[in-house]
Design a protein around this ligand. Sequence first.
Ligand SMILES: [Ca+2]
Ligand SMILES: [Ca+2]
Length: 396
Amino acid sequence: MLKGFHCDSHIGLPKIKFFQKLKFSSQLFMRFAFFWLLLPFIFTAGCSDEAQKRVVKPAEGFNVEIIEEDGMVLIPGQTYRRGNKFSPGNKKIYREESPPHMVTVSSFWIDKYEVTNAQFKEFVDQTGYVTFAEKRLSKEVFPNAPPEQLVPGATIFSPPSNDIDPWASNDAWRWWSYVPGANWQSPEGKGSTIKSRMNHPVVCLNPDDAKAYAKWAGKRLPTEAEWELAARGGLKNAMFTWGDEPKPDEKWMANCFQGRFPANNSGQDGFIGTAPVGSYPPNGYGLYDMAGNVWEICSDFYHPDYYSFFTKMPHPDPNGPEKPITNDELQHFNRYGTCPLPRDGVSELTYLHVTKGGSFLCHWDYCLRYRPAARHYAEVLAPTNHSGFRCVRDSE
Ligand SMILES: [Ca+2]
Ligand SMILES: [Ca+2]
């Protein structure tokens, strides 16, 4: 599949190999150049009024002072333990989270909420920005791709009509489909609309789209280390953003998936798909949806073994592995435990970027990743309807 994506890191993409042979062509260069040409305008558009800083009450049950400014929260610089080596509760192994290690992060501001459709629309209205999912891919750039995979579109959750065992095979395409016409304005494809969902998180974007928005807003994407620190909400080593209890007082604390994945979503937590941002309790830093709702794209490249590399070469404010990898290389790692270095001619469109926090599709038994330590990835090639983002900016 050309614009492939899958929910779980152990599942391989079946048809992406031809990308490894691609050169970084002039058309791809033009795609990136387009964003840069816009910058003089969008930088001006992103300037905001003078900020008002105020101290707000901490979230109930947490002794953390929160300083808030223009919809962002100041996270104080600190050293914390990143990652997780324990079973998160469902006895599954999430080895990409190990080994846990100490990380020092400088102070930074982070958005209280995931970026919404309304916010992204303002960006598009002001700049004319066109997202990756809205563009047709060129036959010249992807000579081996079937024509039906070159049309604009995104990868959309498409559950089967009957119960299936998600562990029965490695084929996540049993519940994902490439849908022509799907994009941030029509997240389920042609005929779908966000009109009644303007306060929901924007989806169907790739990392470049998220970066373009962040630049326009005078912000940037968070590093993985920043994101996890913020998600932990002042708690030390807790399994979830709210503590260690999966469902305290029988209350769902995040928008995730109940029922039998993938065919039967009971929506017991109130939402089958995305929820309006801020529908669930905030964490100790007053941040919403750091667990569930939509995955949040970070600036780091993804490598499943990065934490092992990092523990050998720790440094403050880590920003991910220098060498990006592709999905093919990830599958090689999952099979053999080693990861070949990227080769010349590999398209940047196949590089994996870190995503954090899980989504409305994360399930206790299948993908228990609505946890701060959990790690997953997004491809530039594969916008999906369960991935979004929020922004950060440096602290002066
Ligand atoms: Ca839900
Ligand atoms: Ca989220």
